[in-house]
Write a protein that binds this ligand. Structure first.
Ligand SMILES: NC(=O)C1=CN([C@@H]2O[C@H](COP(=O)(O)OP(=O)(O)OC[C@H]3O[C@@H](n4cnc5c(N)ncnc54)[C@H](O)[C@@H]3O)[C@@H](O)[C@H]2O)[C@@H](O)CC1
Ligand SMILES: Nc1ncnc2c1ncn2[C@@H]1O[C@H](COP(=O)(O)OP(=O)(O)O)[C@@H](O)[C@H]1O
Ligand SMILES: [Mg+2]
Length: 284
């Protein structure tokens, strides 16, 4: 079993060309959040903003739009009515990558399937996006876009129709076989997150700690992967690098604030210091 190398993780923080503009760094659509889960949308969108994306578009139901927009002025917003999802499908055409599912709720599984079918660019499927397809995962085999799936063991168990204990008893088998069967990048989260590719490549994450075991940590990770995909980084590298850097942010927060008290929000605020260190290392 190989560990995710630091060098691979740091490689996603590319030098920004002097004459670059926001178009150079992609446009990410985050289809996340629902009434009661504005936080998931905020953490996912915030992470995407902090990971170098040129433009982040958060697609939100109108009930939570004011909450999220008041906290994240750098994002643009696709606001949709609860009974009309069509603006989101319109915004999808303009995006270079998409994150689908953090805090979305499972009230409209057909919307998740429609986005998957319509999407031509790389897409991260997380949380309720996964729960919405768990009953019948065959939709994955009809998708032409590169997919990165980010289940925690509970979501993985739903996808495989088995128990969490079954997943944890053979994490490598669960991740590798799902990735190969459905031709997706599969990120199986938890202590020692695994990143599996359809061609058999598999990496284990050396960073991270139990202080990250709290609501919101995974929403951050989805936004980070989406940010790297939007910037054109190939999906296996984007996923492995985000997993490593997310765990590194967690470790630095544990050292500053304790595993007991650290929050996903602290991890989000740690990202600038991590990228600064990478940029400074590059200059030496
Ligand atoms: N602030 C917010 O708005 C938040 C919204 N969230 C959203 O809430 C919805 C429900 O997601 P949840 O993940 O909370 O609920 P789930 O019911 O999907 O998953 C929780 C269960 O999964 C299992 N599990 C998860 N991680 C595990 C691990 N490492 N080892 C073993 N078992 C594990 C456990 O049985 C656990 O009780 C999602 O849409 C999610 O995005 C969460 O992300 C929490 C924060
Ligand atoms: N014990 C642990 N050690 C290392 N990382 C962990 C641990 N527990 C959780 N994490 C990480 O925290 C994140 C939790 O994601 P998830 O369960 O989807 O949370 P949420 O949906 O509440 O945001 C994952 O990236 C996972 O790998
Ligand atoms: Mg989650």
């Amino acid at each position: 079993m190989n560990w995710i190398p630091e060098q691979l993780a740091f490689s996603v923080a590319k030098q920004r060309p002097k004459d670059s503009n926001k178009g150079t760094f992609g446009r990410l659509l985050c289809i996340c959040g629902s009434a009661g889960m504005a936080g998931a949308a905020m953490l996912c969108t915030g992470a995407a903003l902090r990971c170098g994306t040129g433009l982040v578009d958060a697609a939100l139901p109108e009930s939570i739009y004011p909450i999220v927009a008041s906290r994240l002025p750098e994002a643009v917003y696709t606001v949709y009515r609860e009974d009309d999802f069509s603006p989101v499908l319109h915004s999808l055409r303009k995006a270079s990558a998409c994150v689908l599912g953090c805090g979305l709720s499972t009230a409209h599984p057909e919307r998740v399937r429609n986005v998957l079918r319509a999407c031509c660019d790389p897409l991260v499927l997380d949380a309720d996006g996964l729960n919405c397809i768990a009953e019948d995962v065959s939709v994955l085999d009809t998708v032409s876009a590169p997919l990165v799936l980010t289940p925690h063991p509970g979501e993985m168990a739903r996808l495989l129709h088995c128990s969490v204990e079954d997943v944890q008893a053979d994490r490598v088998g669960a991740a590798a076989s799902f990735a190969a069967e459905h031709k997706v990048i599969l990120v199986l989260k938890g202590a020692g997150t695994l990143v599996a590719a359809p061609d058999g490549r598999l990496l284990k994450n050396p960073t991270g700690n139990p202080g990250m075991a709290r609501g919101g940590s995974g929403d951050l990770l989805a936004g980070m992967i989406g940010a790297f995909l939007a910037q054109g980084i190939e999906p296996y590298t984007a996923a492995a690098a985000a997993v490593y850097l997310h765990g590194l942010a967690g470790d630095r927060c544990a050292a500053r604030f304790s595993q007991q008290a650290m929050l996903p929000h602290d991890m989000l605020n740690e990202l600038p210091r991590i990228f600064l260190r990478i940029e400074n290392t590059r200059r030496i």
